[in-house]
Design a protein around this ligand. Structure first.
Ligand SMILES: Nc1ncnc2c1ncn2[C@@H]1O[C@H](COP(=O)(O)OP(=O)(O)O)[C@@H](O)[C@H]1O
Ligand SMILES: [Mg+2]
Length: 243
């Protein structure tokens, strides 16, 4: 079952800085939207508010028909939203399998220790993102950036999300790794996953999204088809301003 994500009048202030400024958008169930904008535009801050990692200054967030604005992060994950991080953050002293296991039981590390590992599910998740069975016992220190991003995907998929937020999924990847992650996203789209995807690599992003949203200084500057957004005067100016 697919699920929509609705953000309404989202404001986040960090002291005197407004990181998201009255942002409103809706992603229909099963749709994929690209979120673009120059460095510091507020993209990651949108993700952290949707996940409840940063409490919004004002505004509301709905998953499907349910308001999640004031739920804890574990409860939001249980309702069906999950994210990856721009800088992968695996538990460095755990193996690939154990890191995936944490995703399977996001509420508590204690629960993870007490529960018997579900090797079949861990292996299934690892294989689905392109790991081999041998990779299960590797540690993050042994992994390339591509493998770390695969691990991020497996960890989030372990929570069985309906809405997935991907932050800079292609950063630091080789061409082959970009193709691998793209294929994975396409497969998940055909299975009905709803996506919000941040990527500086616009060429890699374009085929993965139905529409796009551009923000700058926390405010929406363009919204619509990918082609219209990317060629809009506002977006061109915001990227030129970055140089
Ligand atoms: N935890 C924080 N404390 C203070 N300022 C922050 C924090 N997180 C982000 N910011 C600021 O908010 C703005 C938006 O940041 P961010 O959402 O990371 O942008 P993007 O992901 O688009 O590059 C930036 O000016 C950044 O410095
Ligand atoms: Mg960011």
């Amino acid at each position: 079952m697919s699920m929509s994500l609705t953000v309404t009048n989202l404001v986040k202030k960090f002291g005197g800085l407004t990181a998201t400024n009255d942002l409103s958008f809706e992603i229909e169930a099963g749709q994929s939207v690209g979120l673009i904008g120059p460095n510091g535009a507020g993209k990651t801050t949108v993700f952290s508010q949707v996940m409840g990692e940063h409490r919004q200054t004002s505004g509301s967030i709905k998953l499907g028909t349910e308001e999640i604005t004031n739920l804890s992060t574990p409860l939001r994950i249980r309702r069906g939203v999950s994210r990856t991080y721009q800088v992968p953050r695996p538990f460095s002293d755990m193996t690939v399998a154990e890191n995936i296991r944490v995703g399977l039981m996001p509420d508590s590390v204690l629960g993870m220790i007490l529960n018997s590992p579900n090797r079949d599910r861990e292996l299934e998740l690892a294989l689905s993102v392109g790991f081999s069975e041998d990779d299960l016992e590797r540690t993050p220190a042994e992994l390339s950036m591509g493998d770390l991003r695969k691990l991020e995907m497996a960890r989030t998929m372990a929570t069985d999300p309906k809405v997935l937020l991907l932050d800079e999924v292609f950063a630091g990847l080789t061409v082959a790794e970009i193709a691998m992650i793209s294929d994975l996203v396409q497969k998940m789209r055909s299975d009905g996953m709803t996506f919000l995807i941040v990527s500086h690599d616009l060429k890699a992003l374009e085929p993965l999204v139905d529409t796009a949203i551009a923000i700058n200084h926390g405010s929406m500057i363009s919204q619509g088809s990918y082609a219209d957004v990317i060629t809009s005067d506002e977006v061109r100016a915001s990227y030129l301003g970055e140089a």
